[in-house]
Every structure is written in structure tokens, then in C-alpha cells.
Design a protein around this ligand. Structure first.
Ligand SMILES: Cc1ncc(COP(=O)(O)O)c(C=O)c1O
Length: 424
């Protein structure tokens, strides 16, 4: 029954049952963790074929990958990973093991040196601001905070960031220099930006000015859970039409395709931007790990085989997502105690408690050994104004642990909700 329809006596009855259940869970000495979006061991094992795939052949189109050089990445890798971003090789750079590093480098470069020379550096202004669709990815926000960039939260809708809000903010505040986006299977809501959102995003630089950057983190570009998962429109195509290709940097990696932390990261932008970025990179590196790039190309081969590989990932993690969703549906549907997303891909389920309860639910869960992502982590400065969002990451723990965690989580949500209603 909906919490609003329960009488005080009924709420008190529920409270007693929930307190007893919560105490029972406390006795179990659970040690469960649903915090970070990491692939599980079975998933990373899918790519163990990387080991030895080169069989002593280190050559790629005449390039000896064992030696220095090639800052922009191997031609074969640029072709394969460019296709993941929907870009030609000349608009793709393949680097080291982390796309997050590349994002940091791009923001740092634009801030302190300027993509188009010193006069273009964002840091020439006293105040530099970024739009942060929220809930969003905590590490994007951490980059801004670390580099002293002010963050402005923007609501997330099912179609992506609220573009009316984004455009209104840009019209009134010239200090805004960029926006973070996770356009497909967003972290954490799982939404895929609608075609209209992608088109409006590509047009933003015309409103915001020539040094504005769209940070298009397509981390989950190929990470579908279901065959009917929504497709993402190509921002580059819209940018070509709008003349804004210089204002978008796209990112991706194989962190959740092959071996997390030992994969290959890539980025895409206009050839002029990539050339400027490479000059900047040249002070930091003589070249990326091309042996690893070649191993990835030989292992993943082409888009068709990549899709088959991703289907094997989906087969492992889909049951974990479904077990979370089934429990939420069974225990909480119609109760008014929370709402949640049902993603078609990606790594997260986003859960909203009643306003003001996320921190309490995370605390209650932590006290009985169930670790959840800290409440607020999905918002700039860790401040969720409604204190309601909790990110659930079901991929890493074994399936039975996911089930046990969500059952305990539901009890914490119910307990916090009933206590709030009773004012206890
Ligand atoms: C949206 C998003 N971008 C980037 C990353 C990290 O990517 P990488 O391993 O390539 O640094 C993650 C990891 O969780 C993510 O969720």
C-alpha cells in the first residue's frame, strides 16, 4: 500500500516489523558492497585472450609497436576505436589506459594553456564554470573541483540534461566554459540522450562562445544489456552541420570491454584540436603503449566481433540488474517510498528515496554491513539538494550477494521512510 494511505497505527505496525527485520539483518554480519561500477571477475576473464594474442608479431602496418613514438595512436587502433565513437581515424586519438586521464588533460589544457593559444585559456578569467548534469559521474565533478572550476548542477531528464535549463544558464552566464555529458546509458541514471538533446548539445557553442567545450564521455557506447537498447545519435554529424566540431571532445575506453585499468582509452575531436592536444601531450609522453593497442585490435578485431564480445558481458551482468529490479518492483512498487531507473545498458541503477532520506538509508545500510555509494556523490560538491539519490552498481558482486544486498537495501529504505512519516 502507498505510504500516504497508511494510518498511524498501520505505520507503527510496519515500523515494529521493519525494526525486527533490520535487527535480524544486523546479526548476519553482512559484508556487502554495491558501490563502484567495476566489472566482475567473469567479465574481465572474457578478455584473457589478450594475453598472447600477438604471438610474437608486434608489427602493425610496418610500425614496430615495441618502440617509442606515435602519440596519436596506431592507425589500426584509431580506425577501430574511432568507429566506436562514430568518427574517422583522423578525428580519433588512441592513448593509454584511462579515458578519465584524457578528460583531465583536456580540461587542464583548455584551462591553463588554451586550446587555441594563450589568449583562449579559460584561466584568463577570474571565474570559470562548468555545467554538471546531475545526478552524474562523481569523478567528472572531482576534476572540476580539483582544478578550481565552479560547478552548476543541471537537472537530468529521461531525454538527457534539461536543455531548456542548459540554454538559459548559458544565455545569462558567460563564465560557463563547458558541460559534462555521459550520453549513452548515463552514469548513474542509465538514460540515453534523445536525438533532439544531441542536436541541441551540438549547437551550444553557438550560444556559449568559441571556447566552450562539450565533454562527451561516451564511456558506455557499446555497453548494452538488451538488443533493443536505445541508440545514440552522432553528435559529430550535428556538429558538422553546425560548424562546431572544434567544440566537442568525445571519449571512450575499453575499461569495461576488456581489462579495467589495463585497456585502451581513446578520444575524438576535430583534427585541429587533436593536433593542438598532441603538441601538449608531447611534453608529457613519447608515445602510448602501442603493444597494448595492437593486442586490443587483434583481440577485438572489428565492430561485429566487439558486439559479440559485449553480448557475452551482457549475459553475465543482465541477471544481476534484473534481480535488483525485481526486488525493487516486488517490495517497493506502489509504496511511494522510492523510484528507480530500469536501464537498457551501462553499469548503474539510479534510486531516489523520499526527499531527505538518501543519507539516512546509506547510513542504515552501512551499519548492517551493506556498503552503498555515499549519498550526494552523484552531485557536484557531494551535495544532493533533495538528499534523495543513491547509485546502485550491481555488476561487481556475485549474483547471490547482489540479491542479499538489495533485500537489505529495501529494508533500509522502508525503515527510513516509515520513521520519517512517523517523525521518529
Ligand atoms: C562515465 C564514466 N566515464 C569514465 C569512466 C572511467 O573510464 P576509464 O577507465 O577509461 O578512465 C567511468 C568509470 O566508471 C565512467 O563511469
Amino acid at each position: 500500500m502507498h505510504i500516504d494511505q497508511l494510518s498511524t497505527a498501520e505505520l507503527e505496525q510496519q515500523l515494529a516489523a521493519l525494526e525486527a527485520r533490520y535487527a535480524e539483518l544486523g546479526q548476519l554480519e553482512l559484508a556487502l558492497d554495491l558501490t563502484r561500477g567495476k566489472p566482475c571477475s567473469e567479465q574481465v576473464a572474457l578478455s584473457d585472450g589478450l594475453d598472447g594474442v600477438l604471438a610474437g608479431n608486434y608489427l602493425s602496418g610496418g610500425v614496430d609497436t615495441r618502440n617509442y613514438g606515435g602519440l596519436e595512436g596506431l592507425a589500426e587502433a584509431r580506425a577501430l576505436f574511432g568507429s566506436v565513437l562514430g568518427l574517422p581515424p583522423e578525428e580519433t586519438l588512441v592513448g593509454g589506459n584511462s579515458s578519465l586521464t584524457m578528460m583531465y588533460q583536456v580540461v587542464d589544457f583548455a584551462l591553463s594553456e588554451g586550446l587555441r593559444g594563450p589568449q583562449s585559456a579559460w584561466g584568463n578569467s577570474d571565474t570559470v564554470k562548468f555545467l554538471c548534469p546531475s545526478p552524474g559521474y562523481d569523478r567528472h565533478f572531482a576534476i572540476c573541483e580539483h582544478l578550481g572550476i565552479d560547478m552548476i548542477p543541471v537537472p537530468m531528464l529521461d531525454s538527457g540534461p534539461d536543455m531548456d535549463a542548459v540554454e538559459a544558464l548559458l544565455r545569462e552566464d558567460p563564465a560557463i566554459v563547458g558541460i559534462w555529458c555521459v550520453p549513452r546509458f548515463s552514469n548513474p541514471t542509465g538514460c540515453t540522450y534523445s536525438d533532439a538533446t544531441v542536436e541541441r548539445m551540438a549547437a551550444l557553442p553557438r550560444l556559449a562562445g568559441e571556447h566552450f567545450l562539450v565533454m562527451w564521455d561516451n564511456a558506455y557506447a557499446v555497453h548494452t544489456l538488451y538488443d533493443d537498447a536505445p541508440q545514440l545519435a552522432s553528435i559529430a554529424e550535428y556538429c558538422r552541420a553546425q560548424g562546431t566540431l572544434d567544440n566537442v571532445f568525445q571519449f571512450g575506453s575499453t575499461s569495461k570491454i576488456t581489462h579495467a585499468g589495463a585497456g585502451v582509452a581513446f578520444m575524438g575531436s576535430s583534427p585541429a584540436n587533436l593536433a593542438a592536444f598532441c603538441r601538449h601531450l608531447g611534453y608529457q609522453s613519447i608515445g602510448p603503449d602501442k603493444v597494448n593497442q595492437l593486442r586490443h585490435v587483434r583481440f577485438l578485431q572489428d565492430r561485429e566481433r566487439l558486439a559479440a564480445h559485449m553480448a557475452r558481458h551482457a549475459a553475465i551482468i543482465r541477471p544481476r540488474f534484473e534481480s535488483v529490479l525485481q526486488t525493487l518492483e516486488k517490495e517497493l512498487a506502489g509504496t511511494g517510498m522510492g523510484s528507480w531507473t530500469s536501464p537498457r545498458g551501462g553499469y548503474f541503477i539510479s534510486f531516489d528515496t523520499l526527499p531527505g532520506l538518501a543519507r539516512e538509508v546509506v547510513r542504515l545500510a552501512g551499519d548492517i554491513g551493506v556498503k552503498l555509494t555515499p549519498a550526494g556523490a552523484t552531485f557536484p560538491y557531494g551535495e544532493d539538494p533533495q538528499d534523495c539519490n543513491i547509485r546502485l552498481a550491481p555488476t561487481f558482486p556475485p549474483a547471490p550477494a547482489v540479491e542479499a544486498t538489495v533485500e537489505a537495501f529495501v529494508v533500509c529504505v522502508q525503515l527510513a521512510s516509515v520513521r520519517q512519516r512517523l517523525g521518529t
